[in-house]
Design a protein around this ligand. Structure first.
Ligand code: HEC
Length: 160
């Protein structure tokens, strides 16, 4: 009898212990994650006016992405194409004074900027094709390549 009680308690304890270790492990895991949010981005120094200019552009980039999605949702593929080309694509470079601001960027940052503009121009073409073929997939892939460039630059760089 006693032996059986001991065996049962050992089993119960190990189950309880296992559950505790699991929840404890979960907590450690979460803590581990927050520790990983250390900011490793390269801080880039821009003159104050340029800084304002870039951040204003950035907010317009996000607005443009949102307007592109809205236009696509409404089947306005030409409109989506035009927003992408004019506000994010190669055509946007002059509008954004990109040559001026790129002087202050490290090469890696410039390259990601170029990827953004090229991908947006590619999207502008693909979404016009969608209007003809009815297939949105290539346009969506090009759009995700565009937003990947946003993500990549934000992961690597920040303003001082
Ligand atoms: C070549 C680099 C680069 C690319 C590409 C880029 N960004 Fe940024 N973005 C930045 C930097 C640097 C900041 C400032 C971040 C900081 O200092 O914490 C920023 C900030 C922003 C902000 C905050 C603006 C504010 O007022 O604080 C938004 C919104 C934003 N980006 C949207 C976008 C979107 C959307 C895209 C893609 C369509 C994009 N960005 C592409 C570099 C980039």
């Amino acid at each position: 009898m006693t032996n059986i009680k001991i065996i049962i308690s050992v089993i119960l304890l190990s189950i309880f212990g296992y559950a505790l270790a699991q929840s404890g492990g979960g907590m450690n895991h979460a803590q581990h994650h927050s520790a990983q949010t250390t900011d490793n981005r390269v801080a880039v120094d821009f003159p104050p006016a340029m800084r304002e200019h870039i951040l204003t552009n950035m907010r317009d980039h996000l607005l443009a992405i949102s307007q592109i999605q809205e236009a696509m949702g409404k089947g306005n593929y030409d409109k989506a194409s035009k927003i992408a080309e004019d506000r994010l694509g190669m055509t946007s470079l002059k509008l954004h004074g990109a040559y001026e601001s790129s002087k202050y960027m490290p090469q890696g940052m410039k390259d990601i900027g170029t990827t953004l503009h090229k991908s947006a121009s590619q999207f502008a073409i693909e979404v016009q094709n969608s209007a003809v073929t009815g297939d949105l997939k290539p346009a969506l892939l090009a759009l995700s390549k565009t937003t990947n460039a946003c993500v990549a630059c934000h992961a690597g760089y920040k303003l001082k």
